[in-house]
Write a protein of this length. Structure first.
Length: 226
């Protein structure tokens, strides 16, 4: 299986004046096409920091992050942004949808950043994916008019609309009750499997983690046996 993402010897140190904190230490990780990986670990173990680095939203203090054979940390912000838009989808615990835009407009947004995609095409693709997450009756609703589970479905649709090869998800069901979390995760799994998208998910929920192909435990910034 080919590697979509490869991180080697990742170290992250936050420097705040006199105090410096090493958050990640010598981490390696390879994600191959279509696989589902769950990262678990106690609060403060570095899970979100790692996801940020892997998604090119921040740079490691040392080490390398390769996405589709290209070294992210040698790129400038514009180049990293283009790589994110082309290859990655992001889902967060709190949906990060834009309050003043409808479901369709929120989902179409990543496509509208691509000059080759017309507004009409972006809108149609947004409608198609919103249909596949069961929100055909909520297309013109704004986030404030949707339930928590529905908002998370919109966020999933937005992450998948560009057909990314990898979804980075930080507690994607963390603010939902048990039933909603199961249903939203079920939907996410079904779509990523149909679309052959890999999934790297941070979760506190070991039951959810058990559904992934591979589980990784982060403790104090390094891997431990799960
Ligand atoms: N920008 C920053 N500047 C300084 N320290 C930071 C910064 N971001 C995170 N940290 C510190 O890095 C450590 C790891 O944080 P991180 O958010 O990655 O943990 P986490 O495992 O995702 O925790 P949680 O499960 O609570 O979300 C924490 O001690 C945090 O205070």
């Amino acid at each position: 299986m080919s590697a979509i993402l490869k991180a080697t010897n990742i170290n992250k140190i936050y420097d705040e004046g006199a105090v410096s904190t090493q958050v990640l230490t010598g981490l390696d990780l390879t994600v191959t096409a279509g696989e589902r990986i769950a990262i678990v670990g106690t609060s403060g173990s570095g899970k979100s920091t790692l996801l940020h680095l892997l998604g090119g939203l921040d740079t490691p203090t040392s080490g390398e992050v390769w996405l589709h054979g290209q070294l992210l940390n040698s790129m400038n912000e514009t180049e990293r942004g283009a790589m994110r838009n082309k290859h990655l989808g992001f889902i967060y615990q709190f949906h990060h949808l834009l309050a003043e835009f409808t479901a369709i407009e929120n989902v179409a947004m990543p496509l509208l950043m691509r000059p080759e995609v017309s507004t009409a095409e972006a809108r149609q693709q947004a409608i198609d994916i919103l249909n596949s997450v069961g929100l055909e009756h909520r297309l013109a609703h704004r986030p404030g008019e949707l339930s928590g589970g529905e908002r998370q479905r919109v966020a999933i649709a937005r992450a998948l609309v560009t057909k990314p090869s990898l979804i980075l998800a930080d507690e994607p069901t963390g603010n939902l009750d048990y039933d909603n979390a199961q249903s939203v995760f079920g939907l996410l799994s079904e779509l990523q499997s149909t679309m052959q998208t890999a999934l790297l998910m941070v979760t506190h929920d070991r039951n959810l983690a058990a559904l992934a192909d591979r589980q990784l435990l982060l403790r104090n910034g390094h891997w431990e046996n799960y």
